[in-house]
Design a protein around this ligand. Structure first.
Ligand code: 26Q
Length: 827
């Protein structure tokens, strides 16, 4: 009934327009004429948010039904990215809101671009948590994401003369229309103090913790929409505040400023996200951040549970709690404390509940990234938890001794306490012992966990360690970020792929369809043009959208080998200088990524890339065919622009170092080809898309091990490989640093003396492989065919598949569709 749906459409648009005007006037207190862009952004967002409320409230009601099991995803990071656009897509009202905005004299795209993204994560791990929340809601699984409401998220990156500068991320400043503060749901969290024994009313001896200080955790809830379903899950982030009682105590003795100071200290807890990934520096504040959000979350779940049941006996039937890495692993002793000390369970029953509740995801093989906390620090901050950890360990090591009589070495290795020097609590061991499942994030990663990092645990409990390969959400990473491609796919094969990504397979035959291929090429070209207009080249001619867009975006790390990419660039530069007739396609090398502020080498690599960019882009002899763009402040928003325009995805970590990678999946989904090593999920991507559609190079894990065992000497390679020798010398002699030979010496020295990530060993294979890449790119038909096949065969890497596996293998939860029983506000 076309006429009718058209009048409905008009009604919706009219209501939306009224909504904008109403929010502007009553909520923001401004008049249309003097409203700022931010006012309009807020007005539109509040209007959209209203349309989520009925679903949200009905979902919360469903949580309270006895037969619904809830997944709690505990994570110190949630890298959500902007909400507005995603919510419009998931609600299915993008077009109406765009129309309503236009009729109100607004540009929806401009409003969407205005949103300050919540960057409450470093990179892969935090973004994975966000993709998983999207899939949980879209699959209608009741779920709560629990984390920290950092006042300052990931720092903003700027470049100052090529060096990274960190600027504070004041994301809450413009106002956050997506969150609800729930002041009445606050909980208290202790620290310090001491433990004591006492006799309870029945004369039973018990232990209690008498904290020296208390802080309040205030929850802020953000609704998480599923894609076109009624389920709206919740991201519950905790903010720290000083409890009233405690400044009054100070006030009464007259120390007003002391009280204010204490208040400030309490609020420091949720002030800032630690900007280092893959490296723990053992800071007490970081440990306390972890404990703070974990304690708030466990107390919250217990409250929800006791609202429905009279005791906690069946807690693990109501909640499945996933630990996103070891950052929330202190949940294990905290839940034991709550059960034993507060709810008076005996140890064995409590342990039964705890181990049936938790499961742990490992995200790293790098030894320096395995979290450990000094025993002395725990003793001061969390004395009761340390006692509980000792008791967990005592019982666990008894079991180990029983299993391996006389083997003192295995006891030393598996102990939760590291006693080799200063004593530490090993959080990975705690998480392995305290849950019923451990998972790696890609097949290769899980295999290496079984064979190395967690070999002892795997031997003791052969069924506990499983693999669940990471995935990403096609809603955000295709529908939201690449509207052109999504529209083409829709018109070719319909929409089912959006919630069932394997359906992209239907694109395979179209790889032979010249009309479809041409449209595909036009879209890639248009996406590339967009970025050329957004970023003008500072030193040379504007970026050329015909060029091969060769992209590496990810955190800057030596193991990810941005400097291998750079050595290839310098090699091409030399080749072009020596042979101006050289037949290679023009390339634009694009980089993006932040370095941890304390990671000297990573920051120097940024400076090196920017320095090479300055010389190459400014050299008319090469800059028609070679250009470099380092996009500052890589974040989710920039990701939306970058994945759709890439021709080539750089996934070049040393084999065995990248747990999974998730950018690799986002690129392939958007029709980029991968140049990569057999590392992380690259292995599985190559398996899926076909070896003939993937540019593989470099050593595999076995070859890396053998090479190291044989005594790896990077100096030999440097001496023998002429082109590599020349490339390194060009950097060392100051060609890119105005003659300064000292500036980049630490990078050069590291490569020549130790080369811990075997950049030189993989150099020639990489350069040769890139030669092939260039040749294939010169055959656009062939390239496009390969790109289409990559997208068509990428279905496995939807986070919907990952989440379905978590539900079946770990959480034992099923979809719980939400019925809209609660109506809107009565008239
Ligand atoms: C730990 C202690 C103290 C301070 C910071 C940290 C910390 C913070 C963040 C340690 C690690 C991280 C982040 C790790 C991370 O992002 N790992 C990546 O996880 C992705 C999702 O599974 C994988 O795809 C990547 O391979 C992995 O590197």
């Amino acid at each position: 009934n076309y006429g009718n749906s058209q009048t409905n459409e008009r009604k919706t648009i009219k209501k939306l327009k009224r909504g904008f005007a109403y929010k502007l006037f009553y909520q923001l207190g401004v008049w249309t004429q003097n409203a700022s862009l931010n006012d309009y952004y807020l007005a539109v967002s509040y209007t959209v948010r209203d349309r989520m409320q009925q679903l949200f409230i009905n979902t919360i009601r469903a949580f309270q039904q006895k037969d619904s099991k809830i997944v709690s995803y505990l994570s110190a990071e949630f890298l959500m990215g902007p909400h507005l656009h995603n919510n419009l897509i998931n609600l299915g009202i993008y077009d109406q809101v765009a129309q309503a905005a236009a009729e109100s004299g607004l540009d929806l795209q401009q409003i969407i671009d205005h949103e300050e993204e919540p960057g409450l994560g470093n990179g892969g791990l935090g973004r994975l948590a966000a993709c998983y929340l999207d899939s949980l809601a879209s699959l209608e699984i009741p779920a709560i994401g629990y984390g920290i409401r950092y006042e300052f998220g990931m720092f903003d990156q700027a470049f100052d003369n090529g060096w990274q500068k960190e600027l504070s991320d004041r994301w809450l400043q413009p106002g956050n229309p997506w969150e609800f503060k729930k002041a009445d749901m606050a909980v208290e969290v202790g620290s310090g103090g001491y433990t004591e024994q006492y006799k309870d009313d029945h004369g039973k001896l018990r232990v209690r913790w008498v904290p020296g200080k208390l802080v309040k955790g205030i929850p802020y809830d953000t609704p998480i929409l599923g894609y076109r379903v009624n389920t709206v899950n919740m991201l519950r982030l905790w903010s720290a505040e000083a409890p009233k009682s405690f400044d009054f105590a100070e006030f009464n003795v007259g120390d007003y400023l002391g009280a204010v100071h204490e208040k400030m200290l309490a609020e420091t807890i949720s002030k800032v996200l630690y900007p280092n990934d893959e490296q723990s520096h053992g800071k007490a504040l970081r440990l306390y951040q972890q404990y703070f959000f974990v304690s708030c979350s466990m107390q919250d779940m217990i409250r929800i549970h006791l609202f429905q049941f009279e005791n906690l006996d069946n807690f693990s039937d109501k909640f499945a709690v996933q630990l996103n890495d070891t950052h929330p692993a202190i949940a294990v002793p905290e839940f034991m404390r709550l059960l034993v000390d507060v709810h008076h369970y005996d140890w064995d029953s409590a342990w039964e509940i705890v181990t049936h509740t938790f499961a742990y995801t490992n995200h790293t093989l790098l030894p320096e990234a395995l979290e450990k906390w000094p025993v002395a620090m725990l003793a001061g901050l969390l004395p009761r938890h340390l006692e509980i950890i000792y008791e967990i360990n005592r019982r666990f090591l008894d079991l180990v001794r029983l299993e391996y009589p006389g083997d003192v070495d295995v006891v030393r290795r598996m102990s939760i306490i590291d006693e080799t020097g200063e004593r530490y609590v090993r959080m990975a061991n705690l998480a392995c012992v305290g849950g019923h499942a451990i998972n790696g994030v890609a097949q290769l990663h899980t295999k290496l966990l079984k064979e190395h990092t967690l070999v002892d645990f795997h031997r003791l409990w052969p069924d506990k360690l499983i693999n669940i390969t990471n995935g990403v959400t096609p809603r955000r990473w295709m529908v939201v970020s690449n509207p052109r491609l999504s529209q083409l796919i829709r018109s070719a094969i319909g929409e089912e792929w959006i919630t069932d990504l394997k359906k992209l397979q239907a694109l395979e035959p179209l790889a032979e369809d010249s009309a479809f291929c041409e449209k595909w090429q036009q879209i890639k070209f248009a996406n590339k043009q967009d970025i050329c207009t957004m970023f003008a080249c500072k030193q040379g001619p504007n970026y050329n959208p015909q060029a091969l867009f060769d992209v590496q975006v990810k955190r800057i790390h030596e193991y990810k080998r941005q400097h291998l990419n750079l050595l290839h660039i310098v090699t091409l530069y030399q080749r072009l200088k020596n042979n101006p007739e050289l037949d290679i396609p023009p390339r634009l090398f694009i980089f993006g990524g932040k370095a941890a502020p304390s990671y000297f080498m990573a920051k120097l690599i940024i400076k090196l890339i920017n320095s090479v960019a300055e010389v190459v882009n400014g050299d008319p002899a090469v800059n028609k065919r070679l250009q470099i763009l380092f996009i500052p402040n890589y974040n989710v928003q920039i990701g939306h622009i970058v994945y759709p325009m890439a021709d080539l995805s750089e996934q070049i970590s040393l084999a065995g170092k990248e747990a999974s990678g998730t950018g690799n999946m986002k690129f392939a989904m958007n029709g980029a080809l991968t140049v990569g090593t057999l590392d992380g999920a690259n292995v599985e991507i190559r398996e899926e898309v076909g070896a003939e559609n993937f540019f593989l190079f470099g050593m595999n894990v076995g070859e890396v091990e053998a090479r190291r065992a044989a005594g790896y000497n990077p100096q030999d390679i440097y001496n023998e490989n002429k082109e590599l020798h020349a490339a390194i010398n060009l950097i060392a002699t100051g060609h890119f640093s105005h003659g300064d030979r000292e500036l980049f010496r630490p990078v050069i020295d590291s490569l020549l003396k130790h080369d811990p990530f075997m950049v030189l060993a993989d150099y020639q294979a990489y350069v040769d492989c890139q030669q092939q890449v260039g040749e294939v790119f010169q055959d656009p038909q062939r390239w496009t065919r390969m790109a289409i096949l990559n997208a068509a065969r990428i279905g496995k890497f939807s986070s919907d598949r990952s989440i379905t596996e978590y539900c079946r293998k770990i959480w034992q939860v099923k979809p719980f569709p939400v019925a809209l029983t609660l109506q809107r506000v009565p008239d």
